[in-house]
Design a protein. Structure first.
Length: 123
């Protein structure tokens, strides 16, 4: 059985805990609320990642792996300027403003791991 979380469910769960004056239910409701918000954030990140072009995903994955723009250019046979330009597009699509923000977002986001593996070792 799969439980689909939405804000209405979270609100109803919290109201039930209040109505029954049950601290355990209130704690559970807070945990459900946290899970729901995390899922929403993960969904947003998946949508942003999927909005990247294939080449942008490759560049982002290589940035996450710690490669410099010059190294990425060599690996993908692009100029350093092309890598830099594509990185600016990646920033905009992923909602970040710096290389460090992009790395941090991608490193802490486990959900992107499933997409990343195929891009870290381009053929």
């Amino acid at each position: 059985m799969t439980l689909t979380l939405d804000q209405a469910f979270v609100n109803d769960f919290q109201a039930l805990g209040d109505r029954l004056d049950c601290p355990e239910l209130l704690v559970a409701a807070l945990l459900v609320d946290l899970a729901w918000h995390r899922e929403q954030a993960n969904q947003d990140q998946r949508i942003r990642w999927i909005s990247l072009t294939h080449r942008q995903q490759q560049i982002a994955a290589l940035i996450r792996a710690g490669h410099t723009f010059s190294e990425i250019g060599v690996i993908l046979e692009l100029s350093k300027n092309s890598v830099h330009t594509q990185t600016r597009y990646i920033y905009a699509k992923m909602g970040v403003h710096s290389l460090q923000e992009l790395r941090d977002l991608m490193l802490k986001s486990e959900l992107l791991d499933e997409y990343m593996g195929k891009y870290t070792n381009p053929e």
